[in-house]
Ligand binder design. Structure first.
Ligand SMILES: CCCCCCCC/C=C\CCCCCCCC(=O)SCCNC(=O)CCNC(=O)[C@H](O)C(C)(C)COP(=O)(O)OP(=O)(O)OC[C@H]1O[C@@H](n2cnc3c(N)ncnc32)[C@H](O)[C@@H]1OP(=O)(O)O
Ligand SMILES: CCCCCCCCCCCCCCCC(=O)OC[C@@H](O)COP(=O)(O)O
Length: 272
């Protein structure tokens, strides 16, 4: 009986393996599907742990979530090469901004995430089953991207509480995923937040995924991701009039770094 099950299992695995070898589309769907399943199952298992240890919605849960998510990379053969972690060692709160390429970014986020740091996410995430529950428990700040007024109100509230709670806030200033190997124009919310709270902006750049991940081409193989935490940009004394300049400055530094990390040096200079 037991041997029978084992043989069936081996046959199914062999068939899946053959299908993956034969068809890139099957390979892609199975690997991404496995990522979704991993996220959903691990969220379901981690949520009760968070509730038992910390009792509810708090940034402290990120430590537990981080420990779980940091093991995901081994399933997909992803390696991270991190530089500049010491740049997170600022006194008190800060706004961290980074490029956003894919749902896989969540792994890169957890690879470097400092303690006491919450993320800004779209409110739709809250309804993603167990993943919604874990993001809620982790203290993710949910914004409605369709309503600038309400998003601005939420962010203004965060600017007020950041200092009191001593938290860092991670924002994806592109506002959506973008896997083209370049940056989308930055939205200004993160920089308004930094100026309102008078806290530094710390840019984090991930090298382009295009060599190993491209949903349009059904490409998802193993790969190496270079991550660089850049020196903090101070905002003390800046006013809302300076937000556009601050945004541009940050955009240019990050675009140059993205091209350098992705081996496309020199192209960063033509940006405005
Ligand atoms: C255990 C296993 C677990 C496995 C499972 C995993 C669980 C892991 C757990 C945890 C990880 C969680 C990971 C979460 C990741 C989520 C990622 C996302 O969801 S990314 C999408 C959402 N994020 C954003 O959109 C932010 C960036 N966007 C902004 O900051 C925007 O600026 C926003 C939304 C605030 C407004 O967007 P606008 O589209 O209206 O664009 P604009 O051009 O910036 O604003 C319009 C005008 O309003 C002014 N404005 C903006 N903000 C202002 C403010 N605060 N005060 C005053 N004026 C402001 C601007 O200056 C602009 O005006 P002028 O053009 O300059 O005249
Ligand atoms: C009941 C329904 C169950 C659905 C389960 C969905 C499971 C999702 C697992 C993936 C978890 C990864 C979380 C990373 C968050 C993320 O990276 O979100 C993308 C958005 O930032 C960008 O939004 P968009 O504008 O859509 O590109």
């Amino acid at each position: 009986m037991e041997l029978g099950w084992l043989l069936w299992g081996a046959a199914v695995l062999l068939l899946l393996h053959l299908l993956m070898e034969l068809s890139p589309a099957v390979n892609f769907v199975l690997r991404i599907g496995f990522y979704y399943v991993l996220c959903i199952v691990c969220s379901g298992l981690t949520a009760p742990v968070c509730l038992l240890v910390n009792g509810g919605r708090t940034v402290k849960n990120m430590r537990i979530i981080k420990t779980v998510v940091k093991s995901f990379k081994y399933f997909f053969g992803l390696r991270f090469e991190v530089k500049g972690l010491e740049n997170f060692d600022v006194e008190g709160p800060a706004i961290i901004v980074s490029n956003h390429q894919s749902i896989l970014d969540m792994m890169g986020l957890m690879e470097v995430l400092p303690d006491g740091c919450v993320q800004v996410g779209k409110k739709e995430l809250m309804y993603a089953g167990t993943v919604g529950l874990i993001t809620y428990l982790g203290g993710v700040i949910f914004i409605n991207r369709k309503s600038t007024t309400s998003a601005k109100m939420v962010m203004a509230e965060v600017a007020k509480t950041m200092t009191a709670d001593n938290v860092k806030v991670w924002v994806y200033p592109e506002g959506t995923r973008n896997c083209t190997g370049d940056l989308l124009p930055f939205k200004k919310g993160a920089f308004h937040l930094a100026v309102q709270a008078q806290v530094p902006v710390i840019p984090v750049v991930y090298s382009s995924f295009t060599t190993f991940y491209n949903p349009k081409k059904n490409l998802f193989t193993s790969g190496k991701i270079k991550v660089e935490v850049l020196p903090p940009i101070e905002t003390k004394g800046l006013t809302s009039d300076d937000v556009s300049d601050l945004t541009d400055r940050c955009y240019n530094i990050m675009r140059e770094t993205l091209f350098r990390l992705s081996g496309r040096s020199g192209e960063g200079k033509d940006s405005s």
